[in-house]
Design a protein around this ligand. Structure first.
Ligand code: AHR
Length: 493
């Protein structure tokens, strides 16, 4: 292959890109749920049954397939019974993990399912293993999904919900190697076996059980879980965050150096190695790939915005984050045979958020725009793509200059997503399109002149997608001028 060449064989299909790769995560953390999504029915902020309208309308445009809740670390100290019944009677507790603030439990099970219905998203509930009992978990499932007479189903009916909800995804604990109980993999694997036994399938509600997976590169955790419990799980979670400076001093979200850009991109590409290596272990016990790898927390996590509560994990979002998101999606697509779901952390006001709010105002982040541009890949057929590209080597870090993937939608449209990870250098790509006839190509681009360009409440549309014209057709090829720090989607018909 020639340098800077991309060969796409549109007639060589590589399996479906599960739409759940475009999933989200909303935890009781900082202003993620309260203020970000839930303002309550009495709020002067326009809302529908307590969910703020502006945020809801913006999120609807992303076609969110699945939403994970209530944590995160919060999940392993969440007691669901505190969050049902009349709101004024709900228990007020301390959110010990996240800022030590009062959690009034106004957003509970009923409100979560209502939000999912409004978004058209599948609910994904994380149960409490760390500080909860088997009984508590099993009763929650009964409360949500049992259609008949039972103490929990009756209680749900008393609380206004006659018919059960449909619940597909259920996580048995979260980060049980850390905030979810500091367990060894052997101990957790045994607990997983036990807890999941009582996560019942009632009627025709079939639950997809997700076991708590490793911390980043803890391959032993994956090995032990797969060895001891593979037959009892449908999914195994994996968490990985990009912290440019490491966990303690993560680095700034906006005022970062060129070297921090480079380390961010190198660490982004590490996701590929993690999926490959955890996947290789999973292959040993599950060669048919029945069990999904569920990357239910990912994203770029920086130091909080100066002056904000350190426990609230509120950070700004720049074009760097857009490139991080696009590159992650290209990696997830590549591993579509094993990665069945991914959930960005988090939806609103927390870590790599789609939306930031300030009282009644909201802005869409560069990351939001990537989710919107890439939604064309949801449930599409990935097709064969080969790329021969330079490696960026700067400031002691290295990463590919460009990542790419292509998929075919049900109507035959081909969508090609391209990310230029380089902060300064554009490139010319030759895209050789094989195995399809086409007559029309359109494009959209998200980019900026500055590597830390962001949207603010004063200037909310500074970074937003534009029509992309930087390509020319030459026979069955496209010559594409891909600017530095850009995310592009080409649509070929
Ligand atoms: O997303 C923030 C936190 O990161 C989650 O609560 C936890 O699971 C992870 O460590």
């Amino acid at each position: 292959m020639k340098k800077n060449q991309v060969i796409i064989n549109a007639d060589i299909e590589k399996g479906t890109i599960n739409k759940n790769i475009y999933g989200h995560f909303a935890e009781h953390l900082g202003r993620g749920i309260y203020e970000g999504l839930w303002v309550g029915e009495e709020s002067p902020i326009p809302n529908t049954n307590g969910i703020r309208n502006d945020v809801l309308e913006a999120l609807k445009k992303l076609d969110i397939p699945v939403l994970r809740w209530p944590g995160g670390c919060f999940a392993d100290e969440y007691h669901w019974k505190d969050g049902i019944g009349p709101r004024e009677n709900r228990k007020r507790m301390v959110n010990t993990h996240w800022g030590g603030v009062v959690e009034n439990n106004h957003f509970g099970t009923h409100e979560f399912f209502m939000l999912c219905e409004m978004l058209g998203a599948e609910p994904y509930i994380s149960g409490n293993v760390g500080s909860g009992s088997v009984q508590e978990m099993s009763e929650w499932v009964e409360y949500m999904t049992f259609d008949g007479e039972s103490p929990m189903a009756n209680w749900r009916k008393e609380n206004g919900k006659e018919k059960p909800w449909k619940l597909k995804y259920f996580g048995v604990g979260n980060e049980n190697w850390g905030c979810g109980g500091n367990m060894t993999p052997e101990y957790y694997a045994d607990l997983y076996r036990r807890y999941q036994t009582y996560v019942r399938n009632y009627g025709d509600n079939k639950i997809y059980r997700i076991a708590g997976g490793p911390n980043v590169d803890d391959y032993n955790w994956t090995e032990v879980l797969m060895k001891k419990a593979a037959n009892l799980m449908d999914g195994l979670s994996v968490h990985y965050y990009v912290h440019p400076g490491g966990f303690e001093n993560k680095g700034q979200a906006v005022d970062f150096s060129e070297a921090e850009w480079d380390v961010t991109m190198q660490k982004t590409m590490y996701m590929d190695e993690l999926i490959t290596r955890h996947g290789t272990i999973m292959d040993k016990y599950d060669p048919d790939k029945r069990i999904g790898m569920i990357v239910d927390e990912w994203g770029a996590w920086y130091d909080v915005e100066p002056g904000t509560n350190p426990g609230f994990l509120y950070q700004q979002n720049t074009i760097r984050d857009a490139v991080v998101a696009g590159a992650h999606f290209n990696i997830f697509h590549q591993h579509n045979d094993r990665v069945q779901m991914a959930n960005i952390a988090q939806m609103v006001n927390v870590i790599q958020a789609m939306i930031l709010t300030e009282s009644d105002k909201m802005i869409l982040t560069p990351t939001y725009h990537v989710f919107e541009m890439f939604k064309v890949h949801q449930d599409a057929q990935r097709v064969s793509l080969h790329l021969n590209i330079d490696t960026v080597k700067e400031n002691g870090y290295s990463y590919p200059q460009v990542t790419a993937s292509a998929s075919k939608a049900k109507d035959g449209t081909l969508n090609i997503s391209l990310c230029n990870l380089d902060k300064a250098v554009s490139t010319t790509l030759d895209i050789d399109l094989r195995g399809l006839e086409f007559s029309n190509v359109t494009g959209r681009i998200l980019t900026s002149g500055e590597m830390n360009a962001k949207n603010t409440f004063e200037n909310p549309d500074h970074v937003k997608p534009q029509a992309f014209k930087g390509f020319a057709r030459e026979g069955s090829s496209l010559k594409v001028e891909l600017p530095s720090k850009s995310v592009v989607v080409l649509t070929v018909r």
